[in-house]
Write a protein that binds this ligand. Structure first.
Ligand SMILES: [Zn+2]
Length: 268
């Protein structure tokens, strides 16, 4: 069984000096390819470096490049130039993480919207897929996406946690959906149980969002409380249960979907 983790924050300081061990555990758990999430210009550059260092053959590790909406205030003229340089690198497979987060509002909303539009314009120009983040901003994200959608090759709403109306609005725009261990959270994730079966095959991808979002259903619980890509099979198990699919079947179609979305090589 092969799994692909489409969102791991491997540049997070909690993984410092542990990268190879984290990857070895992921590979042993069947997570054969990973997309490192870039959430700032510097972080995206670091993600690219990690890909090159830890996977010199270019078969297993790839990255996105972009500014998380929390970091939208950091956008300046230099950001666009440095992101363009990153997008010329073959390891960088998507524009993002970019989007809107009206839950925490770490950057002012008009600035978040402006920076999202900068990302979408780059994705349209360079014909790259988009890795989107949205919290409590479904309507504005839809309004902005509608202006760009016809020019974008593909886009995934990563770590989808919203309601049925939001899910259907994204599927109507022909977007992909990323599901994390949020669905394993008995306190705030159970609304996703009846929803995941509405995501068609070919649009559903799995992600750890590690080191965040440790699946709360995981047993035994890791002592350090830190999520890792090696725990992605727990997300697979929970999503398969609620889709009434076997884990093998879900692994097969979600992996094929991720591989097509990010144009990843086949692995023996
Ligand atoms: Zn996110």
């Amino acid at each position: 069984m092969q799994l692909i983790d489409i969102g791991v924050n491997l540049t997070n300081p909690s993984f410092a000096d542990k990268h190879q061990a984290v990857l070895d555990r992921a590979y042993a758990a069947g997570v054969c390819q990973l997309i490192l999430t870039g959430t700032s210009v510097e972080g995206s550059e670091q993600a690219l470096e990690l890909c090159q260092q830890l996977d010199p053959d270019g078969q297993r590790l790839f990255a996105t490049a972009g500014l998380h909406p929390h970091a939208a205030s950091d956008w300046n003229a230099d950001s666009s130039r440095r992101l363009r340089a990153l997008f010329s690198e073959p390891r960088i497979r998507a524009v993002g993480e970019c989007g809107l987060d009206f839950n925490r509002d770490f950057s002012p909303r008009p600035q978040q919207e402006k920076v999202l539009e900068e990302h979408l314009a780059l994705a349209a120009e360079l014909q790259l897929p988009v890795f989107l983040h949205e919290r409590d901003a479904n309507q504005r994200l839809l309004e902005i996406l509608r202006d760009f959608r016809d020019r974008l090759p593909a886009a995934v709403v990563h770590c989808f946690t919203a309601d049925q109306r939001a899910l259907f609005s994204y599927l109507d725009l022909d977007l992909h959906i990323g599901i994390t261990g949020w669905i394993c959270d008995e306190r705030r994730g159970t609304h996703l149980h009846p929803l995941v079966r509405n995501i068609p095959r070919g649009r559903l991808m799995l992600e750890s969002d590690a080191p965040y979002l440790l699946p709360r259903s995981l047993r035994p619980k890791p002592k350090n409380g830190r999520n890792e890509p090696a725990y992605l099979p727990e997300v697979l198990r929970e999503v398969a249960l609620h889709r009434e699919e076997t884990p093998e079947d879900l692994a097969s179609h979600s992996t094929a979907c991720s591989r097509a979305f990010f144009h990843l090589p086949e692995i023996a």
